[in-house]
Design a protein around this ligand. Structure first.
Ligand code: SF4
Length: 307
């Protein structure tokens, strides 16, 4: 058990490693995504609402110190801790010349109150020069790299327009580990065409590739996305709360105990969320998840994979 929780949660991990709970400062590195700028496609992944600035050249003047101050001000007094996780969240945060990335990341990681540099990106945007930069940054402080895998099924990947083969993900995990970084993998539950088997296969695959952490996310249909058009045409559906929680329990039972679960569900933006609306009650949903884990007697890793 992890501080009384039935799964290896991030709060527990942070207290163990850093002695305190830490909050993330969401930063915008001013980058776009090859799946949106035309390099691979224009529409992006079908669920992606494309929030962010999206033009790194226009953002070269982004004052990252000011962003850090603003992000801390947003957290305000509710956070009494002394250190933070600097999280480059929007779009693909290694999709820029390495000289740009070096300046940006170095400025942030050198801040005294930044304990971890956390970079969200795609496996196909981790060339040798970027990996070398990550290696040098890990000599300063821990570096987490978040990879948007979403599914291990290449048929689903084609359907959601992810635009890279699954095999690239496992190579990226291995390269990042060699560079000294930790990997957090994003997985979406409820993608079109997927069933319990394909969903559990993705969880098993993430575990077998050695990801250090996982972010589990319910599929959200957001206004303005290709997925929203499909949903309105009746070409896909969303999960009920009961189905989501049941799948989540099965996944938690299979994940090895050492994998840190960074998220159990997502925060749907209430202004743009079309479905499922039950996911807006995040506190209640989390309570229901904890209740279901207790009821089914599930502790993370209690039903390990057969190797
Ligand atoms: S890779 Fe990420 S940023 Fe790019 S389109 Fe897909 S979800 Fe959006």
């Amino acid at each position: 058990m992890w501080d009384g929780r039935r799964y290896h949660c991030l709060d527990y991990e942070l207290k163990k490693r850093f002695g305190e709970k830490m909050y993330k400062l969401s930063l915008d590195g001013g980058m776009t995504c090859p799946n949106r700028d035309g390099s691979l496609g224009y529409g992006g992944c079908i669920f992606c609402s494309g929030e962010g600035s999206g033009d790194f050249a226009a953002q070269m003047n982004t004052d990252i110190r000011r962003q850090l101050l603003q992000a801390k001000a947003i957290l305000g007094k509710k956070y009494g801790g002394s250190r933070y996780i600097a999280y480059f969240q929007s779009y693909t945060n290694t999709y820029a010349p390495v000289s740009y990335l070096e300046k940006l990341f170095t400025e942030v990681i050198q801040q005294e109150d930044i304990a971890v540099l956390d970079i969200a990106t795609r496996p196909d945007c981790l060339g040798r020069d970027v990996l070398e930069l990550i290696r040098s940054l890990t000599a300063v402080k821990p570096v987490w790299v978040e990879l948007g895998l979403q599914t291990s099924d290449d048929r689903t990947a084609a359907l959601i327009h992810r635009c890279y083969p699954t095999a690239l993900y496992s190579q990226a995990v291995s390269n990042l580990h060699q560079a000294g970084a930790e990997v957090i993998t994003h997985m979406i539950i409820g993608l079109p065409g997927e069933n319990r088997n394909t969903i559990l296969q993705t969880a098993d695959y993430i575990a077998s590739c050695g990801s250090d952490g996982i972010k589990l996310q319910l599929l959200h249909v957001l206004r303005g996305t290709v997925l929203a058009q499909m949903y309105e045409r009746g070409e896909c559906s969303v999960l009920t709360e009961d189905d989501y929680i049941s799948l989540l329990c099965d996944i938690i039972a299979r994940l090895p105990p050492e994998i840190v679960i960074h998220r159990l569900t997502g925060d749907g933006n209430k202004d743009t969320l079309i479905a499922p609306l039950w996911s807006c009650r995040k506190g209640a949903v989390l309570n229901h998840i904890h209740h279901a884990l207790r009821l089914r007697g599930i502790i993370q890793g209690c039903a390990p994979l057969e190797s």
